[in-house]
Design a protein around this ligand. Sequence first.
Ligand code: NAD
Ligand code: UFG
Length: 336
Amino acid sequence: MKVLVTGGAGYIGSHTCIELLNNDHEVVVIDNLINSSEESLRRVEEITRKKISFYKTDLLNKSEVQKVFSIEKPQAVIHFAGLKAVGESVREPLHYYRNNIDATLTLCEVMNEQNIKQLIFSSSATVYGEPKTVPITEDFPLHATNPYGRTKLMLEEILSDLFVSDSDWNITLLRYFNPVGAHESGKIGEDPKGTPNNLMPYIAQVAVGKLSELSVFGNDWPTKDGTGVRDYLHVVDLAQGHVAALEKMTQRGIHIFNLGTGHGVSVLELIDAFEKSSGKDIPYKIVSRRDGDIPECYSNAEKAERELGWKAIKTLDQMCADAWNWQSKNPDGYEK
Ligand code: NAD
Ligand code: UFG
């Protein structure tokens, strides 16, 4: 199938391009490179020995997006493009609403015009807010606590309305938990701009010597060891989840899946696993809780296993080993 991947040069998008190409799909990428580098796509081509049609295009530019659709005539779209930093979204809400909402509206309008109605959308566990219990199933109440999260929640609602208005659409909302790790080649991985906000890339930069120590945001949470608990899943497993959704969700409808491992891992457990995999010490200090954090968030991922035939299989040790392999081979990300 010919698949248009928006945001395909980014972290999850580039890993998904590999899995699509390895499964004999054709890949077209639209990305404005606001948070990524074209080098990631060059490396995807090197790994797979297959070609990608790349358009450096902003999804806000409708006529440019129309042009890409007219030239390429994709059969389905996987929509990763968006801004994703929670703190930045609090400081620049208009930028986040404009970019994430408008880009998706433009994309759907053009898909409608071209009669292409299969869409897979990157949602997030952030739509569950602070869950009352864990593990989280897809029918839990939804609640966003910051502008980034609200863009995801609003987009889920917009896409559901679109399906109600026209039942020819086939829309899959994938709610990711915490993607980490990198492709086993060490050629592509997560390349955050500036100091990382997320735990795994922060640890990896401490290990490689770019940052001196990790701050652990609180050890007084009501969790197994007092530190925050999350559902870390390997980005290659996550990428394969997209291929499963593309191939299995062939019927019209709104389909919603959690993509996670179903297991909660604490900050201290992740530090320990990373130290073992990398052979590096990760110095850390306990500091106060981060604003907006929640104690525990992990998925019940049984629906994806049942209906997509997909299960996250890579272990925490593999996530850490692959994150370290990427970071140690590319200390400055794609810049070098
Ligand atoms: P990323 O920043 O690496 O990739 C997003 C890509 O979208 C980037 O390459 C960026 O240049 C591109 N982009 C942004 N706005 C664009 C626009 N207007 N036009 C064209 N391209 C544009 O992020 P990622 O981690 O790969 O995340 C992919 C998607 O998954 C995002 O929608 C994100 O919100 C969602 N998500 C990510 C996580 C995570 O922890 N990484 C968790 C849950 C959900
Ligand atoms: N943490 C630290 N120190 C750090 C960074 C994080 O102790 O320097 C802790 C956090 O307090 C939390 C855990 O590590 O307990 C994970 O934090 P991340 O920032 O890596 O991940 P979050 O679960 O907070 O958020 C991420 C994305 C959100 C997304 C969510 C669910 O940033 O956008 O996963 O997918 F919504």
